[in-house]
Design a protein around this ligand. Structure first.
Ligand SMILES: NC(=O)c1ccc[n+]([C@@H]2O[C@H](COP(=O)([O-])OP(=O)(O)OC[C@H]3O[C@@H](n4cnc5c(N)ncnc54)[C@H](O)[C@@H]3O)[C@@H](O)[C@H]2O)c1
Length: 341
């Protein structure tokens, strides 16, 4: 793959909440230029562009006519079908927000296109780009992991589509998938899962999303894990505990910090506050920045291994997430996790 010497010409597809975060981070990344924004709503696109001087277009077709090197896909889950394949086939690098689809079959078709096009691809599992996650991987390297335990206790996001499970995929697919991704990162590929869930706490009319869930996982290595989810409170926590030989790590992402012990010594670390990263109301802001920074570096150098979470990792995490979802729908029955070549 050839390196790009000039600034990377980037387009954003979908100009909502997460697109605003990415646009502000792009402003801080050297050698990256936002040149076009596409949204069904020209108002939203206009608001995102602001004084950046980027073109405003209504859809992906027009976006792909803007001589782009890369596209950041920030569409709601229900609108992503076929989008990744079209970007890859146009020879354009892509950063796909999570979840990378609502069906594994469609995501695997996208992955085929990404692989055969040979473009640089990333998925929005930004915590893989956290310095604390990197440190945790170093500490765990060469040790047998025994237990991985996740927690997502948070509020339901504001978009209207989020509460309609047919549009968002539900709380596991749209939300817990971040923690499921880290459970895969630390525990390795999974063999079998169970999950139960219920609608207990969210009162809004028309809400079809389970707002509490509890799950178990058996990893191929023989390690085991579990997570709990609730999305009907303010505040809360997004965390993962990992227990391996002579190590216990507790990572919490709101704010990003790690504690625990390793070989008898205590560990206590807080993610560095990086002054040039613009705060945007979310705790954990640095991971979003570094995830995009790594993607831009990978795309400019033509080295796909530089991304934090590849599109392929996103598809593997989707497979595991959908296995939890299948078990939930089946009332907690064990479900084998799809193996991806
Ligand atoms: N990585 C993270 O932590 C994180 C955080 C928030 C959201 N997300 C993900 O980002 C995606 C978008 O979420 P959001 O909260 O920004 O949603 P949003 O509803 O705020 O924004 C989505 C935008 O896409 C536009 N849109 C919808 N269909 C379109 C189409 N076919 N063509 C062009 N534009 C279209 C809408 O008009 C809207 O402006 C979701 O998949 C969500 O899971 C990731």
């Amino acid at each position: 793959m050839r390196a790009t010497i000039r600034a990377l010409r980037i387009g954003i597809l979908g100009a909502g909440t997460i697109a605003r975060v990415h646009a502000r981070n792009l402003d801080q990344i050297p050698d990256a230029q936002l040149v076009a924004v596409a949204d069904l709503s020209s108002e939203r696109a206009k608001e995102l562009v602001g004084s950046r001087g980027a073109a405003i277009v209504p859809d992906l077709d027009r976006l792909l006519h803007c001589e782009l090197d890369a596209v950041i896909v920030c569409l709601p889950p229900f609108a992503t079908a076929g989008v990744i394949a079209r970007i890859a086939e146009a020879g354009v690098h892509l950063y796909a927000e999570k979840p990378v689809g609502l069906s594994l079959e469609a995501a695997l078709d996208d992955l085929d296109c990404v692989r055969s096009a040979g473009v640089v691809s990333a998925s929005g599992y930004m915590w893989r780009s956290s310095s604390l996650v990197r440190k945790a991987c170093e500490l765990l390297s060469g040790r047998a992991v025994g237990l991985v335990q996740g927690a997502v206790i948070t509020a339901a996001p504001p978009p209207v589509w989020w509460r309609d499970k047919t549009l968002s995929g539900g709380a596991l697919v749209e939300m817990a998938t971040h923690i499921i991704d880290l459970m895969r990162l630390f525990g390795g590929e999974a063999r079998r899962v169970t999950c139960v869930g219920a609608r207990k706490l969210l009162q809004s009319a028309g809400c079809s999303v389970e707002d509490v869930a509890a799950a178990t996982v058996e990893f191929q290595s023989g390690a085991v894990g579990s997570f709990g989810l609730s999305c009907a409170t303010s505040g809360g926590r997004w965390s993962v505990d990992v227990v391996a030989s002579n190590v216990h790590l507790h990572l919490n992402f709101f704010p990003e910090q790690m504690s625990g012990n390793c070989d008898g010594l205590p560990i206590s670390q807080i993610a560095e506050v990086t002054p040039f990263i613009v705060p945007h109301g979310f705790s954990g802001a640095t991971s979003w920045y570094w995830s995009l920074y790594q993607f831009v570096s990978a795309a400019r150098s033509g080295d796909p291994t530089k991304v934090g979470a590849s599109f392929e990792e996103g598809v593997r995490t989707l497979a595991l997430t959908l296995a939890f979802e299948e078990s939930l729908v089946a009332g907690g029955a064990p479900v084998a996790v799809e193996h991806i070549e």
